[in-house]
Ligand binder design. Structure first.
Ligand code: UDP
Length: 241
């Protein structure tokens, strides 16, 4: 049997990735593909939790740029992540997986409240846990949520699923000469201002020594490849290996 490299992982899926080629909202095929891939790594025995973003529906920063109160706009963003979490739960259950959504903002009719011990228990029982509503606080991101939850539940790695195949020195969509990094240290990410994740998330990973692997979610089978230890994206860790 294929041997996974990790026992417990946090998978961060941005809202944008769930929008597929539409650029906005949720693309059904994308949800189905992602759910199948998550079920695949669960079947390898990996304990999986997922942090979902909300940028496909709403971003706090965009609301505040239009004159909205930043905290209010951010709470709207957190609610957007709950919609994505429910959509992913639905897709996962259709793929035959047992799942629980745990929300950082209480809404008992739709999700369990986030309780660290309960999250760990669910994973030990083989359930896929989806963390919704970010950290529950404005001025944070779901990347920071991934770092925080990974530290709390003692995950070995954050799998940062994107629509690009790693971290580049400039935007590969705009610049065909852009160079891809195979690995980076946290300090390089911070000092070069690379858009892997925001600086709060990077610092939290650095302080708690949580490696992050950035990879392309749009290529089928990639979640499993990363979990099996194939180096397909960019590794961010303490040392630039
Ligand atoms: N958000 C927040 N606190 C959190 C997590 C998220 O206020 O702890 C809000 C913030 O407004 C953000 C939005 O939720 O813009 C959606 O999350 P994010 O931008 O991280 O989603 P992604 O880029 O991963 O799709």
């Amino acid at each position: 049997m294929e041997k996974p490299q990790y026992g417990r992982v946090v998978l961060k899926i941005s809202g944008e990735a769930l929008a597929g080629n539409q650029g906005f909202g949720l693309e059904h095929n994308m949800l189905v593909t992602v759910a199948r891939q998550i079920a695949e790594i669960r079947a390898l025995g990996v304990e999986v939790c997922v942090v979902v973003g909300g940028g496909n529906l709403w971003r706090g920063i965009a609301g505040s740029a239009q004159g909205m109160d930043r905290a209010t706009a951010d709470y709207m963003g957190m609610l957007a992540t709950v919609m994505n979490a429910l959509a992913l739960q639905d897709a996962l259950e259709k793929a035959g997986s047992d799942t629980r959504v745990l929300s950082a903002i209480e809404m008992r009719q739709v999700a369990e409240p986030y309780i660290r011990r309960r999250a760990i228990r669910h994973m030990e029982k083989g359930r896929i846990v989806i963390f919704a509503a970010g950290t529950g606080n404005p001025y944070f991101s779901t990347d920071t949520t991934a770092a925080l939850r990974a530290a709390e539940i003692e995950a070995e790695v954050i799998l940062m699923a994107k629509k690009v195949d790693g971290v580049y020195d400039s935007d590969p969509v705009k610049n065909p000469q852009a160079k891809k990094f195979n690995s980076l240290s946290y300090l390089e990410v911070l000092s070069k201002g690379l858009g892997v994740m925001d600086s709060t998330a990077t610092s939290l990973c650095m302080d708690n020594n949580i490696p992050v692997i950035v990879f392309d979610l749009t290529k089928d089978g990639n979640i499993k490849r990363v979990v099996l230890g194939e180096s397909i994206g960019t590794y961010v860790g303490r040392d630039n290996e």
